[in-house]
Ligand binder design. Sequence first.
Ligand SMILES: [Zn+2]
Ligand SMILES: [Zn+2]
Length: 122
Amino acid sequence: MSHKNYSEYEPEDQEVEDSLNDIYGEVEVCGMVFDSGRILKELDRIAFDQYISDSMQWYQCGVCDKIYRDDDAEEEAKECCQQYCDDCGKELDDSNESGFCEDCQELEDEEDEDDNTEDSES
Ligand SMILES: [Zn+2]
Ligand SMILES: [Zn+2]
């Protein structure tokens, strides 16, 4: 079980329009006011799709379905509900609290032991 439990999220047309409206607001054409997202979709579907692939790289956590829309969306979705080893990137169990996989944890422990060596009992 080491599949990555997140996926790219395909935004709905409406969500794309909303995003465009947030950025570009309303446009006035011949005295009529339209949402810019809708205009782009109606007039130039190719540009609309291009905007999706350029600017709407959304990712969804496969566990809780939360959608991430930031620049770091892929990373955030990947780590949502899931943990990966800080060192080697291997997927971790839910119960893991160290942030390291077993292999890397062993190395960490060994280093700790070296640091804390006490000569009292040797
Ligand atoms: Zn999640
Ligand atoms: Zn590791």
